[in-house]
Design a protein around this ligand. Structure first.
Ligand code: COA
Length: 175
């Protein structure tokens, strides 16, 4: 898969992405805003395992955000089973030196459309921690709407925190 955008590409992971993935992912500021399943420190083995799984999974749901062919971050979604098969959760991160250039917003807009079209979704949601103003802003810029503040719903780095529930909704067809 490859989506060519103005500021970046969103594309399938490649085995050659291991080195830049470790270099960019091994960052406590990134880890602090993600689930604990995202390792810290982030090792070459973590990168190899992640890329192998991303490439094996069918359907493909995790992609690299790349600029000039270098993987600078990740964006992906988790499809839900059973009656929630029209819903998915989205997540993303970008290498710190590239923050503030609109890259993640553009990637999020594109992957939201891709996921809806490829999987017949009606709802995609994200759950940034309440302190993550940058991610809340990215979601708002990409057309996601704040639905709820899930009070004291998570623990990160030993701190209980609220999560902000944002969703992008596909309205019912009319006519
Ligand atoms: C969140 C993250 C993905 C944003 O990526 P990015 O490429 O810098 O995002 P963009 O440049 O598209 O947009 C960032 C927006 O947040 C704003 N922003 C950044 N820091 C902010 C802060 N502390 N408070 C308020 N807004 C902030 C920027 O000004 C920009 O908005 P603007 O265009 O209106 O000026 C990146 O910071 C990151 O990887 N963080 C760590 C991992 C993470 O939080 N992942 C999401 C988990 S839900």
């Amino acid at each position: 898969m490859q989506l060519t955008l103005k500021t970046c590409e969103v594309r399938s992971w490649r085995t050659s992405d291991v080195e830049p993935l470790v270099r960019h992912a091994n960052n406590r500021k990134i880890w602090l805003n993600l689930r604990d399943a995202f390792p810290h420190p982030y090792t070459s083995r973590d990168a190899r395992d992640y890329i192998r799984l991303a490439r094996q999974r069918t359907p493909e749901t995790a992609f690299a955000i790349a600029v000039q062919d270098e993987a600078l971050g990740s964006i992906g979604f988790v499809l839900h089973p059973d009656v929630e098969r029209v819903s998915a959760e989205i997540g993303y991160w970008l290498a710190e030196p590239f923050w503030g250039r609109g890259i993640t917003t553009e990637a999020l807009v594109a992957i939201t459309r891709y996921a809806i079209d490829a999987h017949g979704l009606t709802r995609i949601y994200a759950l940034p921690f309440a302190w993550n103003a940058a991610s809340c802003r990215v979601l708002e810029k990409a057309g996601y709407v704040l639905e709820a503040r899930l009070r004291r719903s998570a623990i990160k780095d030993g701190t209980i925190t609220d999560q902000m529930q944002y969703a992008f909704i596909v309205p019912p067809a009319t006519g």
